[in-house]
Ligand binder design. Sequence first.
Ligand SMILES: CC(=O)N[C@H]1[C@@H](OP(=O)(O)OP(=O)(O)OC[C@H]2O[C@@H](n3ccc(=O)[nH]c3=O)[C@H](O)[C@@H]2O)O[C@H](CO)[C@@H](O)[C@@H]1O
Length: 281
Amino acid sequence: MILITIFLQHKIDCVAHFAALKAVGESCKFPLQYYQNNITGTSILLEAMTETNCFNLVYSSSATVYGEPEFLPLTEDHPTGKCTSPYGKSKYFTEEILKDLCASDNRWNAISLRYFNPVGAHSSGRIGEDPNGEPNNLMPYISQVAVGRRPVLHVYGTDYPTKDGTGVRDYIHIVDLAMGHVRALDKLGSGEIRGFTAYNLGTGAGYSVLEMVNAFAEASGRQVPYEKCPRRPGDIAESYADATRAAESLNWRAEKGIKEMCADTWNWQQSNPNGYAASKL
Ligand SMILES: CC(=O)N[C@H]1[C@@H](OP(=O)(O)OP(=O)(O)OC[C@H]2O[C@@H](n3ccc(=O)[nH]c3=O)[C@H](O)[C@@H]2O)O[C@H](CO)[C@@H](O)[C@@H]1O
């Protein structure tokens, strides 16, 4: 059994993959390949897999394939493709390629894991997220403000039709996400699943930006100053998962809550206040 996952733009995905490998331990040896671009990466990867007679694939997809939700919580049957960003579209295109491949050649089996919003760090404090330059995502931004590396968090949009006007997301601890990969791998290895199947990996709970700010302040004991800003183009108001399919079919459930997500992020950030580059000096 070989697991090859495709890592693209988000370092947090990379953190999840390394944690998955750690969880699986020495019993399996996986060639783990990373590509910069979904579409090019997919074609190179599929060719290489065919040459080596490897026809089982776990793909790192994203909840962004759903675009603006037509209903909540999002099930895997929610329509995909009306994405609000090029990143989401590239995840969608890759899923379509994999669906066609599995339908046209029955040697192929693919599980697509639709990540909601991965956050957190390994509890050792040794594996965490260190974005290049200014973080795009909420959690690393909050933690860099808490550690004093950035002065203030910009809260993008306070007029969404949500509980407090700020965007709501389903944040998932990267170790839970990693365990989702292990379960997917077990499932493919068992031969019980054929063709293409997508699974949501989320907790099912939605937290607003301000709830995340407050939870982080509590976990770290630090202030997280913020200022209200206009909406960020391409952002949706609210997104959270129905992860029933993963529970029933993969026997996977997210176990870590928001407190642990914030505490582990803070543990890593405190140990690496200036990220990895500085700690290597
Ligand atoms: C538009 C965009 O980049 N979308 C990506 C983003 O999703 P997504 O936008 O959901 O995730 P973010 O962490 O960037 O944002 C979460 C929430 O925090 C808000 N926010 C974010 C940063 C900030 O400095 N201030 C702030 O208020 C956002 O408006 C949003 O409401 O990360 C996901 C990975 O986790 C990717 O799959 C998405 O493609």
